[in-house]
Design a protein around this ligand. Structure first.
Ligand SMILES: [Zn+2]
Length: 320
């Protein structure tokens, strides 16, 4: 548990300055092995920065939430992920749940688009929520695993797509308001930036950095979308992490049914095909101790590599 601390020169500000410089600096020649090493460091940096105390738990509508949003916008721009026609930001107003009862929130989803090469008019919506639950009783809920990790996995995939374009067009969306009832995702599905019928699927990342209980990156939604499963079954384990299918059948009840546990839920409700990638619960889930120093870097890197491999398999197998 951590008390609130405000850093004089925040890591965020420093990082945003670095990102701003990076967009104007001349490009350095890429050497393959070095790039790979640098990338995984960037993946970890993204979690560390988004889950630092100065982000104040990234609650919807809070200054910390805005700081996180600015960081993610900077990362999309550094990666060359353009804004879609409707714009980079998708603001919304909605009433959601809090510990004290219902409350109206003004949230902002962050959008990016990468054009496809084969199926340009069909979209894979890749999502991860950037909000978390903020500060309670003077303690910052840093949300390193939930869900700075998923945002970082999404950014890692964006980086990968920049190097090798996807076959389908891809819309990236960092959702706001997940913790208050999937508010950003509900708005996205109600007012989609492209027609809902053109969305081939939603692939949602939420918690990708710890797997101490079972060594699994769970894939939820193949019960509802069985054609996706053979596309993913051949993906071998990466390090100590392997894909597992489930948490989505009628026999999975309560906390063990994840079909509507995160932002893929509104897509499922709207009959848009979906898959959710995420790790199992752990003792720091939704506690102020969900900190960067509790994640397992090797697990996160493996889960992210499996996520990228999963995306590629889906992208290449869909609409065949
Ligand atoms: Zn989450």
């Amino acid at each position: 548990m951590r008390p609130i601390r405000i850093l004089a020169l925040s890591t965020v500000a420093a990082s945003l300055m670095a990102a701003a410089c990076a967009t104007t600096a001349p490009e350095t020649p890429a050497i393959a092995p070095v790039v790979v090493a640098a990338n995984t460091q960037q993946w970890l940096d993204d979690i560390r920065i988004l889950s630092a105390d100065d982000m104040q738990g990234r609650d919807t509508g809070s200054p910390g939430g805005e700081m996180a949003r600015n960081y993610i916008i900077g990362r999309f721009e550094a990666l060359g992920v353009e804004a879609p026609r409707v714009g980079r930001l998708q603001p919304w107003e909605a009433t959601g749940r809090t510990r004290q009862g219902p409350k109206t929130f003004n949230g902002i989803n962050i959008l990016g688009v990468v054009p496809g090469t084969r199926v340009t008019d069909r979209y894979i919506v890749v999502s991860a929520h950037y909000d978390h639950v903020g500060v309670h009783d003077g303690l910052v809920f840093n949300g390193a695993d939930d869900n700075a990790s998923g945002v970082s996995t999404m950014l890692a995939l964006a980086d990968d797509l920049r190097r090798q374009a996807p076959e389908h067009s891809v819309i990236f969306v960092a959702f706001d308001g997940e913790e208050h009832g999937l508010l950003g995702a509900k708005h996205f599905v109600e007012v989609p930036p492209v027609p809902l019928a053109s969305i081939a699927m939603n692939l949602n990342f939420d918690m990708t950095a710890r797997a101490e209980t079972d060594g699994k990156l769970w894939v939820t939604g193949t019960y509802q979308n069985p054609t996706f499963r053979p596309l993913l079954e051949g993906i071998p384990a990466d390090g100590a992490v392997s894909l597992a299918f489930g948490k989505d059948t009628p026999q999975d009840t309560g906390e063990d049914n994840w079909v509507e546990a995160s932002d893929h839920g509104p897509f499922y409700r709207a009959q848009v095909p979906f898959l959710y990638f995420g790790v199992n619960y752990h003792p720091d889930y939704h506690r102020p101790s969900d900190d960067f120093d509790k994640i397992t870097p090797s697990v996160f890197i493996s889960a992210t590599q499996l996520s990228i491999a999963g995306f590629r398999a889906l992208d290449q197998g869909l609409d065949r």
